[in-house]
Design a protein around this ligand. Structure first.
Ligand SMILES: Cc1ncc(C[n+]2csc(CCOP(=O)(O)OP(=O)(O)O)c2C)c(N)n1
Length: 278
């Protein structure tokens, strides 16, 4: 049975993600530096959350969704901005004014911007906020999920682990976390600088969560993992990803953490992100 039959059309999702990558590159031409590779790394996760997991609701707390989403790795926010643009929550002008004094979109998400439920960017805070939100929903008996996207770098923050432990203590099965595990925490490989960081999956499970590890660019695998969860514990998808995914000369190359391509690089990247790459 394909993921379409199960409820999430992965073929259309791949097409959307191609367009998002092209759009992010387009925006990168307006500014001298943009977090291209961090956004490309978690794009399939963010797309799945918005298009496959969050339930639409006209009375939703956040711009038409019943559920909440926090981009805890705030520097990857272009992946969220392009989704919000496509959904009509942000408009084209917002993206055009990205990182300008007249615009409302900064290099990290700010609470108050449509679709943004918490200010993030200082690593290690989103998990705590998401845990608090999920706990509040439990108290209010609200039938909502809180989704959060984390990174390797955030798992280096003690505050993230405190929240992970608390979510398990509180048995928050309405909390769903994704880890964008691309092996880079900034400019260096985690596996080289911090070998004790691994295995991540075992650590998450030891903290009382239900967790799976899959390819973080495989939306079908993530969707099926989510649908197959027990719904008894907080749930985490550890997604193994490629930083800079989709553009060969950006993949695994640290400089693309925060750099805009020049004109030639931009043209080359667009060539690679053609329809035939699907
Ligand atoms: C508390 C804190 N310390 C340092 C930074 C600077 N910083 C920005 S991104 C980053 C690491 C990026 O690695 P990761 O979080 O794993 O994200 P990804 O590889 O997905 O881009 C760091 C250290 C920060 N934003 N917040």
């Amino acid at each position: 049975m394909t993921s379409v039959e199960k409820g999430f059309d992965t073929v259309t999702a791949r097409r959307r993600c191609l367009q998002y990558r092209r759009r992010i590159l387009e925006i990168s031409q307006q500014v001298t530096a943009l977090h291209v590779a961090p956004a490309f790394s978690c794009l399939e996760m963010v797309d799945l959350i918005y298009h496959g997991l969050m339930r639409p609701s006209p009375k939703g707390l956040t711009c038409g969704f019943q559920d909440s989403f926090l981009m805890s790795k705030g520097h990857g926010c272009l992946s969220q901005y392009v989704l919000l643009e496509e959904l009509g929550i942000l408009d084209k002008k917002d993206l055009q004014d990205y990182c300008t004094p007249v615009g409302q979109l900064g290099a990290h998400p700010d609470f108050g911007v449509p679709g943004i439920e918490a200010s993030t960017g200082s690593l290690g805070h989103g998990m705590g906020i998401a845990t608090g939100m999920a706990y509040a929903d439990r108290i209010k008996k609200d039938d909502r999920h809180v989704f959060v996207v984390l990174s390797d770098g955030e798992l280096q923050e003690g505050s993230t682990w405190e929240a992970i432990m608390m979510a398990a203590n509180l048995n928050l099965h309405n909390l769903v976390a994704f880890v964008d595990l691309n092996d880079f925490g900034g400019l260096a490989r985690m596996s080289e600088g911090h070998p004790a960081f691994y295995p991540v999956l075992d650590k998450i499970r030891a903290f009382g969560w239900e967790a799976i590890e899959v390819n973080g660019h495989d939306a079908g695998a993530m969707y099926e993992g989510f649908m197959g969860r027990s719904r008894k514990l907080p749930f985490m998808i550890v997604g193994k990803t490629v930083k800079g995914k989709g553009v060969s000369f950006m993949e695994h190359v640290p400089i693309w953490h925060y750099r805009s391509p020049n004109k030639e690089e931009y043209a080359k990247a667009l060539m690679e992100l053609g329809e035939d790459s699907l």
